[in-house]
Design a protein. Structure first.
Ligand SMILES: CCCC(=O)SCCNC(=O)CCNC(=O)[C@H](O)C(C)(C)COP(=O)(O)OP(=O)(O)OC[C@H]1O[C@@H](n2cnc3c(N)ncnc32)[C@H](O)[C@@H]1OP(=O)(O)O
Ligand SMILES: Nc1ncnc2c1ncn2[C@@H]1O[C@H](COP(=O)(O)OP(=O)(O)OP(=O)(O)O)[C@@H](O)[C@H]1O
Ligand SMILES: O=C(O)CCC(=O)C(=O)O
Ligand SMILES: [Fe+2]
Ligand SMILES: [Mg+2]
Length: 333
């Protein structure tokens, strides 16, 4: 038996009970008798992921790829971020967020006032991130060949001002998304510098992607909570959590139901990461009225109405006009 077939058999051995399909290895009939068709529901076999990587994502809901984005590219993203902070470029549709602890302070025209950029799809330099071939190669394993970049962010987590407002409560990103199917959505999150527990790396609850979308709301944290930073209501403090420490350029891909957040930044530096949420172009919009997502729908619509100066904006339209095709065909979204 070939080495690849042997590895696949090991994987399948670990799988019992999972659902959906993994293609049989392209080998002889003899191999097939050893490995009956098995089910992996969260990824496709495109030749990129090893069976072990697919199994890891299946079980844990995330996958860390070391050293995926070059230093040169990251330095260019950082430069562009700085130009935006200095207001040397105007980017249509861009949302500049400030930490709740400094939002009310005097305007400072540099990064110290900015905690997050959202919706940089109209900035060609930052948007290059979303179309990097080495990122899309992995994204395709989760979305399939038609890929839409739906949500773009550059997070500049500030040093905590003493009120723990730099924390991001534990949440599932699907709470924000009115499109499905869930398993054809994935986030790519790239560390723009070394991220550690000290400066507020991502914290994940492995395996929670297998659960349902939970109710989210603002946590009642004493020091305040940033706008739109909803957290899961019934957070289980006993679930094992993992601090995902990463080097500059490392990229984590994660499922939209994976419960994650990030800790306080206890350093003096601004912890930077760039990310994009992708979905299959074949995904479809859903109506979230009457579901747990109604609270975020109302908040986003309110913001969109202010921002685009329109009377009534449908939640799904706020997504339809921000989404950009990065590979294949825009069949639906
Ligand atoms: C309607 C209601 C809706 C809601 O309630 S939504 C709320 C949802 N609930 C939550 O998000 C609660 C869960 N939250 C958390 O797990 C954390 O707060 C969260 C979001 C990950 C933030 O993390 P942090 O605040 O930074 O906490 P942390 O656990 O990372 O650090 C805490 C203490 O650990 C220390 N630490 C740092 N690096 C370490 C290291 N390498 N080894 C060991 N300890 C280390 C760190 O100094 C900190 O110390 P201290 O205990 O605060 O004194
Ligand atoms: N990260 C954030 N979390 C919570 N609220 C935020 C955040 N960023 C901005 N805001 C809020 O968005 C609004 C706009 O902020 P901005 O500082 O531009 O104006 P302002 O503080 O309302 O007005 P002014 O600075 O003229 O007094 C504010 O109400 C601010 O509190
Ligand atoms: O970079 C972080 O701290 C996490 C951000 C995040 O999870 C989000 O914005 O959805
Ligand atoms: Fe998130
Ligand atoms: Mg202000």
């Amino acid at each position: 038996m070939s080495r690849a077939a042997e590895r696949l058999r090991t994987v399948i051995h670990h799988l019992d009970g999972a659902t959906a399909t993994i293609r049989a290895p392209p080998t002889s009939a003899q191999t097939l008798t050893y490995s009956p068709p098995q089910k992996l529901r969260y990824s496709f076999d495109t030749g990129t992921l090893t069976p072990e990587q697919r199994l890891f994502y299946e079980e844990n809901g995330f996958l860390l790829i070391k050293n995926l984005v070059s230093e040169t590219d990251i330095d260019r993203f950082r430069k562009e971020f700085e130009r935006i902070c200095r207001q040397e470029v105007k980017v249509p549709g861009l949302i500049v967020m400030r930490d709740v602890a400094i939002a009310k302070s005097e305007f400072v025209p540099d990064q110290r006032a900015v905690s997050k950029l959202q919706d940089f799809q109209e900035d060609p330099e930052l948007f290059r991130y979303c179309a990097l071939p080495q990122i899309l190669k992995y994204v395709e394993c989760f979305t399939g060949p038609n890929i839409m970049a739906m949500h773009t962010m550059l997070i500049n987590k500030p040093p905590d001002a003493g009120k723990k407002t730099s924390r991001h409560p534990m949440h599932q990103d699907l709470h924000y998304f009115p499109f499905r199917p869930t398993d054809r959505i994935v986030c790519a999150w790239t560390a723009m510098e070394r991220v550690t527990r000290q400066n507020g790396c991502l914290v994940v609850l492995p395996g929670t992607h297998k659960g349902a979308l939970q109710e989210h709301d603002y946590p009642d944290w004493e020091g305040g909570v940033n706008k739109m930073y909803h957290g899961v209501r019934d957070y289980d403090p006993d679930h094992p959590r993992l601090h995902v420490e990463m080097e500059k350029g490392d990229t984590v891909f994660f499922h939209p139901l994976l419960i994650h957040g990030s800790g306080m930044n206890q350093t003096q530096g601004f912890r930077k990461a760039i990310s994009c949420h992708y979905a299959s172009g074949d995904c479809y919009y859903i109506d979230v009225r009457g579901t747990t997502q109604e609270n975020i729908e109302n908040e986003v619509k309110e913001l969109a109405q202010k921002k685009y100066r329109m009377n009534e904006v449908a939640f799904k339209d706020t997504w339809a006009f921000r989404g950009r095709l990065v590979q294949g065909e825009r069949t639906s979204l």
